[in-house]
Design a protein around this ligand. Structure first.
Ligand code: CP
Length: 317
């Protein structure tokens, strides 16, 4: 297995099966620290720099919380408008990263431009963690989703996933890449204008990913072990910030998962994951059902970032 020390976490396309399993093992090892709400000292001499050019609730704060749990230091920005990248100078990623690499030992970056973390990694002497790049990828979220599935269902092999929502979304790209490493079948449900792009389909076909495009969630929900959701009433991820207009659409029934649907059609043990935030595709009354696991993901999201930070900074092998 390749070493994680000093490695950039940019994409799940280049993640190998044993690397997923190693990350999950480190999560298990570090879970007691988070579960007991302790702050340890594993990364006491390390500093995380967060560079967020797009809004975030979960990813930035979970990554920062992870660093605190491991006793490290945290600095960074969550609004690029307050940096030189967001004012008159429009400072480049190269110039920005050449500064940040001296301020921290690892950089967690979210950006509205697809490929921005990859560009940063070309210039940085410290590891870059992709925390979501445009429509590109969202590896730390999907590692959290897969770790949650692995913990809840005991395996990833042999499972059927129902992916429902906007297939342009970065999570959907990362999860379909990840499926190439496991015995997983996927049903893909999206509006036509949000369906998988031909070039992406060609890529995952080349990786032997097994998926079938289906018109509605309802027709396959009964076969799914894991239902993985994104909104179709969606922000524009190529923007630094997308304000909500006065008119917000409603999600068509084909792309919704409801409490009634789960009661009448789903497998008894099926679980629902959602990277969040949500719109009306997942009504709040689903939260009280035995299927909901998206709050479990809030905890696992911290543990996952603890594992990744420990691995890339050499505190775990
Ligand atoms: N899941 C996710 O990326 O959430 P945030 O946008 O709040 O980070």
């Amino acid at each position: 297995m390749r070493s994680f020390l000093g490695r950039d976490i940019l994409s799940l396309k280049d993640f190998e099966r044993n690397e997923f399993l190693r990350v999950f093992q480190v999560c298990d090892d570090l879970t007691p620290i988070a579960r007991d709400r302790r702050n340890g000292d594993l990364l006491a001499n390390k500093t995380l720099c967060t560079a967020f050019y797009q809004p975030s609730t979960r990813t930035r704060l979970a990554t920062e919380a992870a660093m605190h749990r491991l006793g490290g230091h945290v600095l960074g920005f969550s609004d690029a408008k307050m940096t030189r990248a967001g004012d008159f100078y429009q400072e480049s990623i190269k110039d920005t990263v050449h500064m940040l690499e001296y301020y921290g030992d690892v950089i967690a970056m979210r950006h509205f431009q697809q490929g921005a973390p990859e560009e940063a990694a070309r210039w940085a002497s410290v590891p870059i963690i992709n925390c979501g790049d445009g429509w590109g990828e969202h590896p730390t979220q999907v590692l959290t989703d897969l770790y949650t599935t692995w913990k809840e269902l005991g395996t990833l092999d042999g499972l059927k996933f129902l992916l429902v929502g906007d297939m342009r979304m970065r999570t959907m790209h990362s999860i379909l890449y990840a499926f190439s490493q496991f015995d997983i079948e996927a049903f893909v449900v999206a509006p036509e204008e949000m369906s998988l792009l031909p070039e992406f389909k060609a890529e995952i076909d080349g990786l032997n990913v097994r998926y079938r495009e289906v018109a509605t969630a309802e027709e396959v929900v009964g076969e799914a072990d894991v239902i993985y959701m994104e909104p179709v009433v969606q922000a524009d991820y190529t923007k630094g910030r997308d304000e909500r207009g006065e008119q917000v659409g409603l999600t068509p029934a084909a792309y919704k998962i409801t409490r009634e649907m789960m009661r009448d059609k789903a497998k008894p043990g099926a679980i629902i994951l959602h990277s969040l935030p949500r719109m009306d595709e997942l009504p709040a009354d689903v939260d009280a059902t035995r299927h909901a696991r998206y709050w479990t993901e809030a905890f696992n999201g911290v543990v996952m970032r603890m594992a990744l930070l420990a691995l890339v900074l050499g505190a775990a092998e």
